[in-house]
Design a protein around this ligand. Structure first.
Ligand SMILES: Nc1ncnc2c1ncn2[C@@H]1O[C@H](COP(=O)(O)OP(=O)(O)OP(=O)(O)O)[C@@H](O)[C@H]1O
Ligand SMILES: [Mg+2]
Length: 419
């Protein structure tokens, strides 16, 4: 599963810059050295699918000593991945490389490839964007948050310079690959809605928890898919505890990804659950249109999916113009209109006017329930009869890029952060 694509979206960190999501990004990377804390003030949670306790700071020792995650040795993970062999490579991100590995389901020890349980092993690049703090944040959150729409963290390895994370293996890779990569069958309307609902359930779980969690990096590449296209959120390195009491937001350094990050957060550093709602709106637009949040190969306004699509959203007569031509017109018009309307609400520039994720989820589920209506939709009618044929949408395929050293790994445009 060559999983890595050129992504035009760039990580944002705007303490040095005031870019908007649709503008080009000026970027600087974060090194793993710069942020090594001895303790972190990260909420601690008890319980499986809910949070019973108030946030308490946890030390690194407490986080890594959690009984929910296994501490692997480096040599165990080397064996599990056949020495991180290139043909075990699943993909590459800003954090590092992700390899396929095999472990025994019960003992969690490395086993012969092909036997036992498949896992995904993420190995931090020392020069990557994700430093120790984010690595630890991920272990902290994913070690304690358990939900069908969050990827399961099985364990970690911290040995010398080596920092690794071991996850459940997600056979269908990331949503990004399915939406934008040449090759795989285009996702059907039903699958797109299923993915949107799964991801919305994951976010709703985080937002409605007693101790709210803001995900902060919601994007197509962080939505992983299992064999049945159930969506699971991955990458919790940027997750942050939500505001408490009467506060509406937390003020924090701006990190995230251009094109997905909410405008008020990028401009002011004010982060709330509504920032995730904005990002959800962007991904919903990607699902509807098959276009990337930011596409530098396009010209002018079209580079920003939100800017380009906004005039067509929430208008029954215009919405077909944004729909992915790869759907071949095979989508229910009412469902598409409803989904575009949700996207429009999520993308409201006024954070407080955006719906809550639970409301977004309820509306998406309504679309799914009424999908029997889709049965009336002429599934096999030729595209030429489809309203989509009149769409001005250019069919754009992002070219796969390959690393200069001819690695089998498609190169990943490093998602840089603004500071
Ligand atoms: N648990 C997993 N199972 C299967 N494939 C995975 C898993 N985790 C990651 N991958 C694959 O590895 C690739 C790299 O993932 P990674 O999270 O490192 O980067 P990314 O999400 O693409 O970018 P970013 O660094 O901006 O988050 C993804 O494209 C994904 O397809
Ligand atoms: Mg990721």
């Amino acid at each position: 599963m060559g999983n890595c694509l050129d992504s035009s979206a760039a990580k944002v960190d705007t303490t040095q810059s005031s870019h908007t999501p649709s503008s080009a990004s000026r970027l600087s990377s974060k090194t793993s050295r710069s942020s090594v804390p001895s303790t972190l003030t990260i909420p601690s949670y008890s319980g499986k699918s809910n949070f019973d306790s108030l946030p308490t700071p946890r030390t690194e020792g407490e986080i890594l000593g959690s009984p929910n995650v296994k501490a692997f040795t480096f040599s165990e993970l080397r064996n599990a991945t056949r020495n991180f062999r290139p043909d075990s490579l699943l993909g590459e991100g800003g954090f590092g490389y992700v390899f396929k590995g095999w472990i025994d389901e019960h003992t969690l020890t490395a086993v012969r490839p092909g036997s036992g349980m498949v896992v995904a092993v993420k190995k931090l690049k020392p020069e990557g964007f994700q430093g120790h703090k984010e690595w630890l944040t991920e272990v902290n959150y994913l070690g304690q948050l358990h939900h069908p729409n969050l990827v399961k963290l099985i364990g970690f390895c911290l040995e010398g310079e080596n920092r690794l994370l071991v996850y459940e293996f997600m056979p269908k890779g990331s949503l990004e690959n399915h939406l934008f990569r040449r090759g795989p069958q285009p996702l059907s309307w039903a699958v797109r809605m299923k993915v949107a609902i799964g991801a919305a359930r994951g976010l709703t779980f985080l937002h409605d928890a007693e101790s709210q969690v803001i995900y902060r990096d919601f994007k197509a590449s962080n939505i992983l898919l299992d064999a049945e296209f159930n969506a699971k959120l991955s990458d919790f390195g940027l997750a942050k505890a939500g505001p408490t009491g009467d506060r509406t937001h937390v003020s924090t350094q701006v990190v995230g990804t251009h094109g997905y990050a909410a405008p008020e957060y990028v401009a002011t550093g004010r982060l709330s659950a509504k920032s995730d709602v904005y990002s959800f709106g962007v991904v919903l637009l990607e699902l509807l249109s098959g276009r990337r949040a930011v596409d530098k190969s396009k010209v002018g306004l079209e580079q920003s999916l939100v800017d380009w699509a906004r005039p067509y959203l929430g208008d029954k007569r215009k919405v077909f113009r944004i729909m992915d031509t790869k759907l071949g017109g095979q989508y229910p018009q009412k469902g598409a209109f409803m989904a575009s309307n949700i996207a429009l609400q999520c993308l409201n520039n006024e954070a407080k006017l955006r719906p809550r994720m639970s409301d977004v989820l309820a509306t998406l589920e309504e679309i799914e329930v009424s999908k029997t209506a889709a049965k009336h939709f002429p599934l096999n009618h030729p595209a030429v009869h489809s309203p989509v044929c009149r769409s001005p949408l250019r069919k754009h395929q992002s070219p796969l890029r390959f690393t200069p050293n001819a690695s089998p790994l498609p190169s990943h445009r490093q998602p840089p952060r603004l500071r």
